[in-house]
Design a protein. Structure first.
Length: 230
């Protein structure tokens, strides 16, 4: 069978690039305070590329990661949306690294989700596993807030306060970095990538920016749990 004419491929690529540029415009324009989680996810993707194994965890953080991390190879992206659980990102990253020791493994998680099984970073240190955990930390169970405001008119129990996951990581024997400026994020991730063992990069993200999830990404989350809309 003759291959179909691929003359439109360049045009499709241009349209795709233009669409992604539009999607990223809000994150790119963010001035702070705090780092936009979408921008954080994009920088993670730029540093670790399409050949890494990505594990995502957390509510809003998983949505931003799904939207802005690069396309990956088969069996190389492990997210929580379809699986319906929370807090399994770090253990899954440990398992992924044990299964594929020659590949880069990156866990991108929110701070609420990180708290479930963060001690498994000590397992990674004990086993000498070269994996990177990126914690987007704005000090809140952010995904709970819109629903609580809608149902109760206020939020309760969502404030976590500031947790320095990098300092926790230091106590567990991991390389560690804290980033609150976007220009420092790339170098911190590059250093984590070069580390001899597990690394944790704690990013001070913005709760306000985190709440502004792209509507298409949020609808995807709703459809996973409620079924197709319309």
């Amino acid at each position: 069978m003759r291959r179909k004419d691929r003359g439109d491929l360049a045009r499709y690529r241009e349209l795709d690039a233009a669409w992604w540029s539009g999607q990223f415009r809000e994150a790119e324009a963010w001035k702070g305070p705090g780092i936009h989680p979408g921008h954080a996810a994009r920088v993670v993707g730029e540093v670790f590329g399409r050949d890494a194994v990505y594990v995502t965890d957390g509510g809003m953080t998983s949505l931003w990661a799904a939207w802005y991390l690069p396309p990956s190879a088969p069996r190389s992206y492990h997210g929580i949306m379809e699986l319906g659980m929370l807090g399994t990102g770090i253990p899954s990253a440990v398992g992924a690294k044990l299964a594929a020791p020659d590949r880069e493994v990156v866990c991108v998680t929110g701070d609420g989700a990180a708290g479930f099984h963060f001690m498994e970073m000590q397992s990674a240190a004990r086993e000498g596993l070269r994996l990177t955990t990126v914690v987007c930390a704005e000090g809140s169970w952010t995904m709970e807030e819109p629903n609580e405001r809608m149902v109760y008119g206020r939020t309760f129990g969502t404030e976590m306060g500031e947790v320095r996951w990098d300092i926790v990581a230091q106590g567990l024997g991991c390389a560690h970095a804290y980033v609150d400026k976007l220009e420092d994020l790339g170098p911190a991730l590059e250093a984590a990538k070069r580390a001899d063992g597990p690394s944790v990069v704690c990013i001070r993200t913005s709760r306000e920016a985190n709440l502004a999830t792209p509507p298409d990404a949020l609808l995807r989350f709703v459809e996973v749990y409620a079924g197709p809309l319309g």
